[in-house]
Design a protein around this ligand. Structure first.
Ligand code: ARG
Length: 465
């Protein structure tokens, strides 16, 4: 057999070297290099347990640990040399450790399989990435809260069916997005808690005949517990699916913010003006200023939903325990994390620097028709059944539209309405009357801002930021 063939981890069993086609198709090094440092962390814990259980000597442990330190330095300084037969990052690191530590290095993989190794590495990676994601979501929440505070008592139309419905405070609108993101952070915390299990020591699928100590490995790696079932430990990728769901739903929330930025920055709405640094221009149309960040935040949600759906399809129907199919967990997860992280940063900057066109929003929110419900509710408080009140006001609105006259005029002369009802239509009055808890009026929104601040404090202390 050629030297190339001897470089595989399984060469003992094989009479010929791997084909080019096999290497090209099955390699994962091009994308799992990203796990290098987490793989090293896993290896350090493993070799420590091997020594503690007298499977390797203290000296051997030390030379493996020294080799792992060298590998870490080489990788961070980008002097690490990868070989064409390094199928994945585990192979590359183990090969180099063996080059550096000789016979001791050849003992690193004792009692371990790449199956428990990769499951461990991915969970370690997600633990760090999940924290970073949390920090970025909270940063966007902070921007929303600070813009909500800046907005004071500015109002804009609230919409249902994208038809103007009732005036709301701009702060209330911004905070609606805050709470959606807050649920994302909750979901992230839950997902990370379920992912907090160490698979190290499960071996290829069945544990080991050597006296390994999975619980000690879990503690060494900072996991709260070790696996209960070795088949499950190497075959379980629920944590990846959950991570993809958390990321996809977060991106869906960013997409909904993005959609509103696209609408609001159009001349038709004109509620927001984006800073130049967060807008793009047109190669042909000199007057254009485009909300590309918002559009891509919207578009990437399709991609992230695809990553989730694709990975669930990969998992479906896999027999226990490890199958090579599971290698397909990495690209969708890394991609979803990268895209969502960049979208969070870009949208935070966009919202932080945008100008709200307050006057324009207030004019749009001051149309008398937006207070139609208030007149109906005023009738209710005077004893009219709501259904009847709704019909009275509805027919006055219809007539105003048909005859092309101001609503106020018809309200004034209506026998059941009159001047008191006209007063209800005054701009700004409607939102001030929204006094119920969680509603769009100033008192409830002030209370909501306090809750949001409290929530942010809790998040910051949990994430130590
Ligand atoms: N690159 C593989 C993965 O990501 C590592 C585990 C390989 N295990 C194996 N038995 N071939 O899943």
């Amino acid at each position: 057999m050629t030297d190339l063939g001897k470089n595989t981890l399984w060469h003992g069993r094989f009479g010929e070297p791997p084909s080019e086609a096999l290497l090209a198709f099955t390699e994962s090094l091009s994308f799992d290099r990203r796990l290098a440092f987490h793989d090293i962390v896993g290896s350090r814990a493993h070799v420590t347990i091997l020594a503690k259980q007298n499977i390797v000597s203290g000296e051997e442990r030390d030379s493996i640990l020294a080799a792992l330190d060298t590998v870490e330095t080489e990788i961070s300084e980008q002097t690490f040399e990868y070989f064409p037969t390094d199928e994945d990052i585990h192979t590359a690191i183990e090969r180099r450790v063996t080059e550096l530590a000789g016979t001791a290095g050849a003992k690193l993989h004792t009692g371990r399989s790449r199956n428990d190794q990769i499951a461990t590495g991915m969970r370690l990676w997600w633990r760090d990435a999940g924290r970073e994601l949390g920090v970025r979501i909270v940063a966007l929440q902070e921007v929303l809260v600070s813009r909500a505070k800046d907005a004071g008592e500015v109002i804009l139309p609230g919409y249902t069916h994208l038809q103007r419905a009732q005036p709301v405070m701009l702060a209330h609108h911004l905070l609606a997005h805050f709470w959606a993101l807050d649920r994302d952070v909750d979901r992230l915390d839950d997902a990370l808690a379920r992912s907090d299990v160490s698979p190290l020591g499960a071996g290829a699928l069945a544990g080991s005949s050597l006296p390994l100590d999975p619980h000690a490995a879990a503690t060494a790696l900072g996991f709260s517990r070790a696996f209960e079932n070795s088949l499950d430990a190497v075959g379980d990728r629920d944590f990846v699916a959950e991570a993809l769901f958390v990321l996809a739903l977060t991106q869906v929330h960013l997409s909904r913010i993005g959609e509103e930025v696209v609408l609001w920055s159009s001349d038709e709405f004109g509620f927001i003006r984006l800073a130049d640094a967060y807008s793009t221009g047109s190669s042909m149309l000199p007057q254009k200023k485009n909300p590309d960040i918002a559009e891509l935040a919207r578009a990437k949600s399709g991609r992230l939903i695809g990553n989730l759906a694709g990975f669930l399809a990969t998992l479906k129907g896999l027999p226990l325990s490890y199958n090579r199919d599971l290698q397909e967990d990495k690209e969708p997860l890394f991609d979803a994390f990268d895209q969502c992280s960049r979208a969070l940063v870009a949208l935070s900057g966009l919202l932080d620097t945008a100008t709200f066109m307050e006057e324009r929003a207030e004019i749009a929110a001051s149309a008398a028709t937006l207070a139609a419900t208030d007149i109906a509710e005023w009738l209710v408080s005077n004893g009219t059944p709501f259904r009847e009140a709704h019909a009275i006001v509805g027919s006055v609105v219809r007539q105003a539209i048909e005859r092309g006259v101001a609503l106020e005029e018809l309200v004034e002369i209506h026998p059941q309405l009159g001047p008191d009802a006209v007063a209800i239509l005054a701009p700004g009055g409607s939102v001030a009357r929204r006094t119920t808890a969680g509603g769009a009026g100033p008192v409830a929104v002030a209370r909501q801002l306090l809750m949001a601040d409290e929530r942010l404090q809790l998040r910051r202390s949990r994430l130590s930021i």
